[in-house]
Design a protein around this ligand. Structure first.
Ligand code: AHR
Length: 502
């Protein structure tokens, strides 16, 4: 395939909110226990945090972490996770049919987030709890001192408030699988009341209402409309969640997952803006894409069936997807989609961070390593600062079973005002042939390529595993030239690339 791209820093999509590069830690499987937290591991610090995991989290470049769920949060009592560890109750987690020991809770999370250098983003249980418990959690977290709950936090060892800014009003409340699932009207009213209560306590919080769990939900669109009619004045964001997997004999659609994400975002923006118009309200609701990734959900659903009234394992090995090269290219493409919508997507969370559908894997007592998906995320997070540029992309197309005709090549670019550096991200969705991309550099007077990396492999199923941890990595991209103001890049079949132009 062939594409022509024009870049000019004069044309912006929008400013990039660094919260676009967030991730997600849920009490699920081995994400927390044996993931970020493993007292007794040779690399654990005094708090039980694995320092080898922390190093990779920093290298990944994540900016925020959504916590503690996910489906888990809809059955969670936050109070269980504070106070002396030996007095914390052991509970059953109905979402993942597991035992929750509560040895890791709010204080541990706040301390870990500080060490990781990330901003915490807290999800509230609106499935089985209500306004009061939400306000209590905010008071405990953010009030400096002088109230019962703030003083309890201090007594529990945190003199300074946690100052948590971003709060999710429940999780996937549109999903019938959610504990306390309700219809859009009931959820919208509860979200509005909760938001008002939270703001009465701390007007500085930023609030996220639950949108749809996927674009394929039967209520998609009408859910957002109804929820926003109730909450338009009360919230700042509406959430989107999306997971993609390769279907049988349909690699082309999988490789075009970014097209689905584009349409998802554009549809939610359209609904949100139409509610604003209806309400004669000039405020803009932005998107928090607070769960996205590749997830082999169908395969996992068959494998991960923990059942039985007497069978509630602790930190079971569930949702431990091993990602291959193809998955990593799709993740790179999804990041391109997020960047191309940086005007309205102001926060996003790669779901999840460690062991559970994650870029980072660990063995208890053993190693930590990077999955294939680590690389496009880390490269994009590192490079994408300041503004996302509006590119003109003129690409050959091909047909897909799920999304119809799609561009064979897609791209995003960012421009750092301070350094003047432009980053270009490219994806070749053609898995059969190399593609050629001609980039018109007229808007970047005299720019040359400072560095260029590519993610490609002759085996599209190649993966990094416990026994072969470095099988897949980024390679230097050398197949490019600049001639007469045009950069020509040859992209291998099924590949993702990042270039620095300055
Ligand atoms: O990330 C795994 C699960 O996916 C989350 O718990 C839930 O919110 C979503 O369905």
């Amino acid at each position: 395939a062939r594409a022509r791209i024009a870049i000019d820093p004069a044309f912006e999509v929008g400013r990039i909110d660094r919260r676009l590069f967030g991730s997600f830690v849920e009490h699920l499987g081995r994400c927390v226990y044996d993931g970020i937290y493993e007292p007794g591991h040779p690399r654990a610090d005094a708090d039980g945090f694995r320092s080898d995991v922390l190093e990779l989290v920093r290298e990944l470049g994540v900016t925020t972490i959504r916590y503690p769920g996910g489906n888990f949060v809809s059955g969670y009592r936050w109070e269980d996770g504070v106070g002396p560890r030996d007095q914390r109750p052991t509970r059953l987690d109905l979402a993942w049919h597991s035992t929750e020991t509560n040895q890791f809770g709010l204080h541990e999370f706040a301390a870990w987030a500080e060490q990781a250098g990330v901003e915490p983003m807290m999800a509230i249980n609106l499935g089985t709890r209500g306004v009061l418990e939400a306000i209590d959690l905010l008071e405990y977290s953010n009030v400096p001192s002088g109230s019962a709950l703030a003083d309890q936090r201090i007594a529990n060892g945190a003199t300074d408030p946690f100052k948590i800014k971003m709060w999710c009003l429940g999780n996937e409340m549109d999903g019938p699988w959610q504990l306390g699932h309700r219809n859009a009207d009931d959820y919208g009213k509860l979200a509005s009341q909760t938001a008002k209560g939270l703001r009465q306590l701390d007007p500085s919080v930023e609030l996220v209402a639950c949108g749809s769990s996927s674009r394929a939900m039967p209520t998609f669109g009408s859910w957002e409309r109804t929820v926003l009619r109730h909450t338009y004045e009360d919230v700042d964001f509406i959430s989107c969640h999306a997971y993609y997997e390769e279907g049988e004999d349909d690699l082309d659609s999988f490789l075009a997952s970014g097209v689905d994400m584009d349409r998802f975002i554009e549809s939610v923006v359209a609904v949100a803006d139409s509610v604003g118009a209806e309400l004669k309200n000039d405020k803009r609701i932005n998107i928090s894409f607070d769960e996205w990734n590749v997830w082999y959900l169908r395969r996992d659903a068959e494998k991960n069936t923990i059942r039985g009234i007497d069978n509630w394992p602790q930190a079971p090995r569930i949702l431990e997807d091993v990602y291959n090269l193809t998955d990593a290219v799709v993740v790179g493409d999804l990041l391109i989609s997020l960047l191309n919508h940086a005007d309205r997507v102001k926060a996003a969370s790669l779901a999840q961070l460690v062991n559970v559908i994650a870029p980072i894997m660990t063995e208890p007592g053993g190693d930590v390593w990077r999955q294939t998906t680590f690389f496009p995320f880390a490269e994009t997070a590192r490079r994408a600062v300041s503004s996302a540029l509006r590119l003109r992309v003129d690409s050959d197309t091909h047909d897909t079973a799920k999304y119809g005709v799609v561009n064979s090549i897609d791209a995003a670019a960012t421009h750092d005002d301070q350094s003047g550096v432009t980053s270009l991200f490219l994806v070749n969705r053609d898995h059969q042939a190399a593609s050629t991309v001609d980039v018109d550099l007229a808007g970047l007077s005299g720019a040359t390529v400072q560095d260029a990396f590519v993610l490609a492999d002759s085996d599209r199923l190649a993966a990094n595993t416990k026994d072969d941890q470095n099988r897949v990595a980024l390679a230097e991209l050398t197949s490019y030239k600049i001639d007469n103001g045009t950069l020509t890049v040859e992209l291998p079949p099924l590949s993702w690339a990042a270039l620095t132009l300055a």
